[in-house]
Design a protein around this ligand. Structure first.
Ligand SMILES: [Zn+2]
Length: 291
């Protein structure tokens, strides 16, 4: 519901970051409702919103420790929690899992993440290279240099967990583990990246199609929509009382995350180049031409 988090670091040495406001569902969040905070949890601008303390603990730890942690996402999906609670963790039994495993770390459960000293242990467990994590008895975590990598990594991890839960329905002894040679082969094949640059634009195009299908007043996609890089998103935020594009979107869960990250990207640009509320909406309306 409202207890998972997503964040994006704002460029600069201060490690300030944007995080979702506490109490909103993902599909309700807009660029302007994101909360800008520092590594001590101080809110850095006027906003009627506040933040989830547990979200601050987890995300501030990752943003402060890793220069490549531009985007961080944490979820409590059923399949992610289920696999996080399995003793063997993620098993090498699907291609998705083999892609995930070389970049996967684990962190033991310590209770709801309200103790700030847990940050040190979380960062130590994540290490310098891992970009995905199973938080034991708790959920999943993804870290990315880009929104695309963060989202794509989480997509693979979530799918791998779901596939494992389904495969284990026949019992652990009846599951076929991928041969070690194949595991090694995939490890070398995916060493350069997780392919977010390819999957992300496609996910956004699908989001746009599905949104237009359920929101006729948006009309057909403009010609710029066919750009492989940036599909059209006409509005993310609105004045009070005005209908809000994102609030009316009904999409599958995975694409909810895409919307969130899209909003974060826009918010970062808006807060740095045009520091006023609603700028993100105009940025979206412009079709990302200046992005
Ligand atoms: Zn959590």
């Amino acid at each position: 519901m409202i207890y998972t988090h997503i964040s994006a670091r704002i460029p600069g040495p201060e490690h300030h970051f944007l995080i979702n406001p506490y109490g909103m569902f993902f599909e309700e969040i807009t660029a302007s409702s994101l909360v800008k905070i520092d590594l001590e949890g101080n809110i850095l601008h006027e906003t009627p919103y506040f933040i989830n303390p547990a979200g601050f603990t987890i995300h501030s730890a990752v943003h402060s420790a890793r220069e490549d942690a531009q985007y961080v996402m944490h979820l409590h999906s059923d399949q992610g929690v289920a696999v996080s609670a399995q003793k063997d963790g993620l098993l090498p039994l699907s291609q998705h899992a083999l892609i995930v495993l070389p970049r996967l770390a684990y962190h033991d459960y310590e209770g709801i993440a309200l103790n700030l000293d847990e940050r040190e242990r979380l960062v130590a467990d994540l290490g310098e290279k891992s970009t995905l994590m199973l938080l034991r008895n708790h959920g999943t975590l993804s870290v990315g240099k880009t929104a695309a990598d963060c989202w794509t990594g989480m997509f693979y991890l979530e799918r791998a967990c779901k596939q494992q839960v389904m495969a284990l329905s026949v019992g652990r002894d009846n599951v076929l583990i991928a041969p070690q040679q194949a595991q090694d082969e995939v490890r070398s094949q995916v060493s350069r990246g997780i392919g977010g640059g390819l999957a992300w634009p496609g996910a956004l195009r699908r989001l746009d199609r599905e949104t237009r299908a359920t929101t006729p007043e948006l009309g057909a996609a403009p010609a710029t929509a066919r750009s492989p890089r940036f599909p059209p998103v006409r509005e993310t935020d609105g004045a009070p009382g005005q209908s809000c594009y994102l609030n009316r979107i009904h999409i599958v869960a995975a694409l909810n995350f895409a919307v969130m990250l899209l909003s974060l990207d826009a918010a970062i640009a808006a807060r740095h180049s045009v520091d006023q509320r609603g700028a993100a909406a105009r940025l979206f309306k412009s079709g990302w031409s200046g992005f």
